[in-house]
Structures are given as structure tokens and as C-alpha cells.
Ligand binder design. Sequence first.
Ligand SMILES: Nc1ncnc2c1ncn2[C@@H]1O[C@H](COP(=O)(O)OP(=O)(O)O)[C@@H](O)[C@H]1O
Ligand SMILES: N[C@@H](CCC(=O)OP(=O)(O)O)C(=O)O
Length: 379
Amino acid sequence: MVSSVLRDARRIVVKVGSSLVTNEGRGLDEVAIGEWSRQLAALVRGEGGVAREVIMVSSGAIAEGMKRLGWSSRPSEIHELQAAAAVGQMGLAQMYETKLREQAMGSAQVLLTHADLADRERYLNARSTLLTLLELGVVPVINENDTVVTDEIKFGDNDTLGALVANLVEADVLVILTDQKGLYTADPRRDPQAQFVHEAKAGDPALEVMAGGAGSSIGKGGMITKIVAAKRAAGSGASTVIAWGREPDVLLRLARGEAIGTLLVAQTQKKQARKRWMVDHLQLRGSVTVDAGAAAKLRGEGKSLLPIGMVAVEGDFARGDVIAVRDAGGTEIARGLANYASAEARRLCRKPSSEFERLLGYAAEPEMVHRDNMVVFTA
Ligand SMILES: Nc1ncnc2c1ncn2[C@@H]1O[C@H](COP(=O)(O)OP(=O)(O)O)[C@@H](O)[C@H]1O
Ligand SMILES: N[C@@H](CCC(=O)OP(=O)(O)O)C(=O)O
């Protein structure tokens, strides 16, 4: 089963943990980052068949910062950890930029917090930036913005961020690379009898019992955060693979369909997951009424909703809110994420995109609701 999940994946989020990227605390592991960069570049170029879109979520800022500041032990004060992360992030970004450039691959630094992704407008902004980077064939390298948050540093958990990014871009697979070959029935550092788990259902509560905390002083989250991340990623239909980051050619072999690591299979498919989320979204803040032409385009051709087809805007909503799209008779024909707040949307009704800049004072998306962010109900 591992085989088809990764072999067929087109959009992959790879998360590398602190314990791996820093080689147990001795600064950044240049050789390992070089290896992952080579493999990421090969995946983007489609060597071996299909081109993939890849996003790297990488930890390592604190460990690199500690090295640069000459600190031999991890400070306990949060503000010191934040300072170390700020210092180390320079080196981390620089290392990926250098290694990806050696592969003739562009890279981009993106720093996010969980709160950013909980905020509807920031969520949409982060999503469109990341999707644009992927379209440009650039590899986004993401870490937490440790300067403005403290919880993540306390828990040392980039696994959750990896899952949130997988949700954000609707990845097919989340690959969590760590210092173990995958999930065992118990922490293999503590229990020599622990058995390897090849495959399980993401979200199976039995997995949480198997997973313990971090085994090293560098990593903090341990296996439990990976199990929870897999459950979260499964919420948008992404399966998760947990594998050893130093396995030779790990990413390429996974993409070829080799069964390495632990596969945690998502129980719902991507499209179904998104659809369910939209449909279950009870907090509709408003709606737009569209003309017959727009209704037909949505229903029949699966097109995005453009403001030119809108005749009225109801309610008070913000960019990123879920809104209903209704036909002239009031029947809900679709539901999706608004690209414009209600006040702006009212100004854009019946207007072509060429006029948006004049009407709003800035140029933005031509769609009111993009088809990727919309569920159309069958008549
Ligand atoms: N059931 C388990 N299977 C595998 N590893 C486990 C398990 N329970 C706890 N661990 C520990 O989790 C560690 C990986 O987590 P962590 O150190 O946070 O890594 P990372 O920095 O990659 O996120 C392993 O080294 C291992 O000791
Ligand atoms: N964002 C921080 C810490 C994140 C972290 O350690 O997470 P993890 O790799 O999941 O144990 C860093 O880059 O050092």
C-alpha cells in the first residue's frame, strides 16, 4: 500500500525534525540537507516519471542558533530560545538556499505560526503564496515564526506545522522524516521488544498509546506529535509516512513506490474531505446571489465564480469566510471561501476584473470564489 500512496502523490509536504537536521545537536548537518535538497530537486523535475510539487518544513533554527551563539546547552528561558531561533534561522535558510541552488532549484523562506493558519484571511494569503511558489517551481522551506510564538518552542513541535501546511495546500502526502525508521509499538530507545508498524489507519487511537515522547534532548515532540499530525493531515485527505531521514534516497525511493517507513493511511479522500469540511461549515456569514449565466457555469462547467456574474451580496463577511452562492430563486448552488469581504464584494457586483483595481485601489484575484475553494451541489 505504501507504494501507490507515494507513487501517485503529486503534492508532497516533507517535514524534517530537529533531531535529524542538526545531527544530534552539532549544528546543521550540511550533508543531510544537501541530500534532501538533491532528492527534492529530482522530485520537482519529475525524474523517474512525474513532476511533483514539494514543500519542505524544516526545524533546526534553535539548534543552529545555539551553535552560532556558542551555547552548549539548551536554555530554559523562552525568550532565549526565541533569540536562538532568530539567529539560527539565518543559517538554516542559507543552507537550504545554497543546497537547492546547487541543484539549480529556487527556494523561498516562509515563516508561519499556528495562529496564522487559524486566521481565515492569513490562511488564504499563505495558501495563495505557497501555491504561487509551487507554480513557479520553487521549493518553499517553512519553519515556525518562533519570534512571535512561545507554545511551539515549549513543545518543540514542527510536526503539527507540517500537518497544517499539508491541510493548507491540500497535499497528497505528508512525509515526516525523523531519527527512527518509523513508528514502533513502543519507544525503541526504551523497549527493545518494540515491533515495527508498517501500516495503520491515521487517527487510530491505538497509535497514540504506542507513541512516547522524544528520545533525544534535541527533538522535543517525540512520536506522539507525529501521530497527532498524521490524524490532522488525514482531515484534508493526506496520508502520512514516517521514515528515517538518513535512509539513502529515502524520498526518491518512497516516490518510486518502495515500502519504507510507517504509512498512516487517511481514511477520506482529498476531495471528499474538503467537501465535507465546506458542507459541514455551519457558520455561513453571508451569501452572494448570481445570475443564470454564472449559475450554469458553476453547475455545468465547474468554473470559478467571477464578480461579473453576481447580482447581490447578503450578510457581513470577511475574506476567507465560507459563503453560500445562491441562484436567483434563492437555492444554494455552491459553498466556498470568499476572496473578498462583503463590502468589497458589493462594489464588485457585475464588474469585470479589469475594473477591480480602480474600484478597490488594489489588484487582487479575479474570482470571488475560486473553484478550488468551492463545493458545487448537484441540482
Ligand atoms: N512508538 C515509538 N516509535 C518510534 N519512536 C518513538 C516512539 N515513541 C517515542 N519515540 C521517540 O520519538 C523520537 C522522535 O521524536 P523527536 O525526537 O521529537 O524527533 P524529531 O526531532 O524528528 O521531531 C525517537 O527518537 C524515539 O525515541
Ligand atoms: N521551530 C524550532 C523548533 C521546532 C522543533 O524542534 O520541532 P521538531 O522537529 O518537531 O522537534 C526550530 O526550528 O528550532
